[in-house]
Ligand binder design. Structure first.
Ligand SMILES: NC(=O)c1ccc[n+]([C@@H]2O[C@H](COP(=O)([O-])OP(=O)(O)OC[C@H]3O[C@@H](n4cnc5c(N)ncnc54)[C@H](OP(=O)(O)O)[C@@H]3O)[C@@H](O)[C@H]2O)c1
Length: 281
């Protein structure tokens, strides 16, 4: 199974997203789905205080209850309005309570708001010192934001940037990914299968993708995931509440696309040749 590194920690290159999950009426199926993913080898679970106003964190807390915490890698995110010296720790404490744990492995600044970036970074550093977060990172940052971040005291401690990235939305290939690779900062790709191929690019019905999938005895969704993680420094976090889908997604980390297949994919969905606006959900 392909892995990637976030700072000093190695994880399987496909983890589990949990946005839109956590409604009490779906709880038991969703717990089964998350546990199926962990049984299949996933260790990363991505959540946020924003998701369902804490319902997703509650779900994750319930799903991992009784499991070996050290084998898991939990990613959580702080809302912009809570990313200040005054509010961040309180917000994190609430998240930790819902997750039923005393630390998160990676705490992300969900998107930029009005709090000065230097204050957010200083507060993240303090929380890292306290041990409540093991590492911190950012999300929905464009290259210009990353450059600003790295110019701040301790800004170079950023452990990852989480952005929207999939075959149909590959603007990051023009500038962000080369920029991150050069600095050894990993990308966390959200919406890696374009929300179940609902963004209009018809990825899973494309003839080339289907032929490559057949060639690997895989589904088109698995090929989309194998493509997202192809450079070895990207983590994909597909979301599914369906245990069969979750297992298939995690197992896509076993698929290696050949140079010829990557070339064929590029011919169908070409890499951008100019700067693209950052896609944000
Ligand atoms: N940092 C940010 O700002 C940000 C923003 C958006 C998302 N995220 C994170 O990224 C995660 C993933 O992104 P996303 O939820 O937007 O979209 P996604 O993972 O690209 O797509 C999820 C959709 O795909 C379907 N699906 C998943 N696996 C499938 C499979 N093997 N076969 C067929 N359908 C499949 C799911 O339905 P089923 O349940 O039926 O399988 C669901 O409707 C989120 O859950 C969240 O953790 C972060």
């Amino acid at each position: 199974m392909k892995t990637m590194k976030i700072a000093d920690h190695t994880v399987p290159a496909i983890g589990l997203g949990t946005w839109h999950m956590g409604e009490p009426s779906n709880r038991q199926t969703e717990i089964k789905a998350i546990r199926a993913g962990i049984d299949a080898g996933a260790t990363v679970i991505d959540t946020a205080e924003m998701y369902g106003n804490g319902l997703s964190e509650d779900l994750v807390g319930q799903a991992i209850d009784g499991l070996d915490r050290e084998k898991l890698f939990l990613i959580d995110k702080v809302l912009p309005q809570n990313a200040s010296k005054k509010r961040m720790e309180k917000s994190l404490d609430t998240s930790l309570k819902r997750l039923k744990t005393d630390y998160v492995d990676l705490y992300l600044y969900h998107w930029r708001g009005s709090v000065p970036l230097s204050e957010t970074v200083a507060t993240l550093q303090e929380l890292q010192q306290s041990g409540k977060i093991k590492r911190w990172g950012v999300s929905n940052f464009d290259v210009v934001d990353m450059v600003e971040l790295l110019g701040l005291p301790n800004g170079n401690n950023v452990a990852a940037n989480e952005d929207l990235y999939n075959l149909g939305s590959r603007g990051l290939d023009f500038d962000m990914i080369p920029w991150l690779v050069k600095r050894d900062i990993p990308l966390i790709a959200y919406s890696p299968i374009a929300q179940g191929d609902r963004f209009g690019a018809n990825l899973t019905t494309n003839k080339v993708i289907k032929a490559i999938a057949d060639n690997h005895n895989a589904t088109p969704y698995q090929i989309l995931l194998a493509w997202v993680i192809r450079n070895g420094s990207t983590l994909a976090i597909p979301q599914s509440a369906n245990p069969e889908h979750v297992v298939a997604n995690v197992e896509a980390a076993n698929i290696t696309l050949s140079k010829e297949e990557l070339f064929m994919i590029d011919s169908e969905y070409p890499a951008p040749e100019s700067k693209q606006p950052l896609d944000i959900l």
